[in-house]
Each structure stands twice: as structure tokens, then as C-alpha cells.
Design a protein around this ligand. Structure first.
Ligand code: C2E
Ligand code: MG
Ligand code: MG
Ligand code: MG
Length: 288
């Protein structure tokens, strides 16, 4: 009897794995198809100077418009895209769109900095800097308008390759931001070894900064570190005015989060750049 049960359990387990594998293969096929049919859309989330309420930049965030017209968030497909290597062509497509849009906005009189997330797999392609240079040339955007967001993990892997790639990218003229700063495993020494311009304070610290003294202390330390090393700062995931006020009081001026705007489609971002964000964009002034 026990043997029987064991077998059943095993069969159940195996069917479960098979189902997951099939679901994965199906998702991969759909992702390839979406790439061929141009069903990935780049959304933009404004980065705001909280002192003035002015939009100074935007982060490009990819979404997948499935055949039902629904928007699939990156958490549902980026991990598999990374596993299968599809992130390389998807990422290049995102970069190309972001460069195109950044150039358009500059022509409209808003030369904001547009940042693009780069996965480890993309960054590790030997010719990555050449690909970036080619996309910049093809789209005609000023390199100063483009910033690449990488995570600490990328820098911890192959340090010689990472350093060479970053130097090449800086020579091209694009900026480098460390995303989710403070959550990775690499040593702080990389801040001195690698040519980095921007630290993005991870939204996990911002989320609890008003209630958790450790998170507040870590944020203060990151802000000091950035100031001492002459790095620019962006706080991610700012949802409350009080968070913005405290960050601003400590000298972190640029913010990104639902308090200012959700990620929006290209057209809506274009409108925001013309009309501005409105009253919510400037907590310091709202207070005055
Ligand atoms: P990330 O680069 O750290 O991007 C920030 C994420 O936080 C975005 O989620 C954004 O919509 C969300 N967010 C912004 N403000 C707030 C806020 O106030 N509160 C909260 N709770 N969340 C906020 P999204 O768009 O779902 O992207 C998730 C992650 O997927 C990104 O994290 C990034 O790691 C990855 N990703 C997105 N687009 C791309 C891409 O084109 N290429 C690559 N390689 N990764 C991407
Ligand atoms: Mg990012
Ligand atoms: Mg982040
Ligand atoms: Mg992230």
C-alpha cells in the first residue's frame, strides 16, 4: 500500500514537472513570436527633480502586449528571457526604441536622459559596447541622453570584462547607473574601480524608510556615499510625500515612483514632457 502511494505521489510529481516544462516551452515560443511581430512595448516612468517638479529623465520599462491585448509585466517573462538568451534581442529592441524616443523628445525641446535596463547576458556579449554605439548612430540620439542601468551582480562576475565594457561605454558617452543599489553581493570597492555615474537607491529601502530605522540609516549612508564619490542619485519607488521630503532634506533630489507617475506609454510620456506632472510633483512646494 505504501509502495502504491509512493508511486502515485511520484507520478503526480512528475506530471507536475512536465506541465511546468510544457508551460515554459509555450511561453518561450510566444516570446519569440512576440519579438518577430513587434509585440513588446516600452513604457516610461518619469524621474523627477523633487525640488522643482521638473521631469529630468525617464526609465524605459518593457511590457509585452499579448494576443488578447493584455499587458504582461516584465516579472512574468524577463526571467525566462534571461534563461533562454532571448533577453539579448529583446533588450536590443528596447534600447533601439528608447534611443528613438529620446531623440524625438530632444527634437521636441525636452532632451531628458532615458535609462535602459541591461541584463547580465546582454552586458556579457563581447560586442555589447559596439552594439550600443551602432544603435546610437542609427537612431541619431546624443549619447549623453542615454543611461544604462546595470545591477551589482553584473559587476561581480567577470571584473576585467566588466571594467573594459564600462570604459568603452563611457568613451561612447552614455551614462552608467547601478540599479537596486544596496541589495547586491559585490563589494563597495567596485564604486572606485568602475566608471559609474549614478546610484539608484533600491525601492525596498524607500518603502520602509518611514517605519524602519535600519532602512532609513542605509538610505542616509547611500546618500553620503554618493555625495562623497560625486555620484548622482535616484530614489526608486517613492510613493509618499513624506518619503520625498526626507530624501530631499538629505540631498537626494531625483525621484522615481508612483507619487509622481506610473510607467506610461510613449505618447503619454510625450504629453507629460509638454504639460508637466502637475501639483503632486513638488512636495517641497506643496508644503510651503
Ligand atoms: P527596476 O529596473 O528596478 O524597475 C523599477 C520597477 O519598480 C518597475 O517595475 C516600476 O514599474 C516599479 N515601480 C516604479 N515606481 C514604483 C513605486 O512607487 N512603487 C512600487 N511598488 N513599484 C514601483 P516593472 O516595470 O514591473 O519592472 C520590473 C523589473 O523588470 C525592473 O526593475 C527591471 O529589473 C526589469 N525590467 C523591466 N524592463 C526591462 C528591460 O527592458 N530589460 C531588462 N533587462 N529588464 C527589465
Ligand atoms: Mg531599472
Ligand atoms: Mg530598481
Ligand atoms: Mg530590479
Amino acid at each position: 500500500r505504501a509502495k502504491q502511494e509512493g508511486r502515485n505521489r511520484y507520478q503526480f510529481f512528475s506530471a507536475d514537472i512536465e506541465e511546468k516544462l510544457l508551460a515554459k516551452q509555450l511561453l518561450e515560443r510566444h516570446m519569440r513570436e512576440a519579438l518577430e511581430k513587434g509585440r513588446y512595448e516600452v513604457f516610461y516612468q518619469p524621474k523627477v527633480n523633487a525640488e522643482t517638479g521638473i521631469i529630468v529623465g525617464a526609465e524605459a520599462l518593457v511590457r509585452w502586449r499579448n494576443t488578447d491585448g493584455e499587458l504582461v509585466p516584465p516579472i512574468r517573462f524577463i526571467p525566462l528571457a534571461e534563461e533562454t538568451g532571448l533577453i539579448v534581442p529583446i533588450g536590443e529592441m528596447v534600447l533601439r526604441q528608447a534611443c528613438d524616443h529620446a531623440r524625438f523628445w530632444a527634437e521636441q525641446g525636452s532632451p531628458i536622459v532615458v535609462s535602459v535596463n541591461i541584463s547580465a547576458q546582454q552586458f556579457e556579449v563581447e560586442s555589447f559596447a559596439d552594439i550600443v554605439a551602432a544603435v546610437l548612430a542609427q537612431t541619431g540620439v546624443e549619447p549623453q541622453q542615454i543611461e544604462l542601468e546595470i545591477t551589482e551582480g553584473v559587476l561581480a562576475k567577470d571584473q576585467v570584462q566588466a571594467r573594459n565594457t564600462l570604459i568603452a561605454l563611457r568613451q561612447i558617452g552614455v551614462g552608467i547607473a547601478v540599479d537596486d543599489f544596496g541589495t547586491g553581493y559585490s563589494s563597495l570597492a567596485y564604486l572606485k574601480r568602475f566608471p559609474i555615474n549614478v546610484l539608484k537607491i533600491d525601492q525596498g529601502f524607500v518603502r520602509d524608510m518611514l517605519t524602519d530605522a535600519s532602512d532609513a540609516a542605509i538610505i542616509t549612508a547611500i546618500i553620503h556615499l554618493a555625495h562623497s564619490l560625486h555620484l548622482d542619485l535616484v530614489a526608486e519607488g517613492v510613493e509618499e510625500e513624506e518619503q520625498a521630503r526626507r530624501l530631499l532634506a538629505q540631498g537626494c533630489k531625483v525621484m522615481q515612483g508612483y507619487l509622481y507617475s506610473q510607467p506610461v506609454p510613449f505618447l503619454q510620456m510625450s504629453h507629460l514632457l509638454v504639460s508637466g506632472l502637475g501639483a503632486s510633483a513638488s512636495p517641497s512646494q506643496a508644503d510651503a
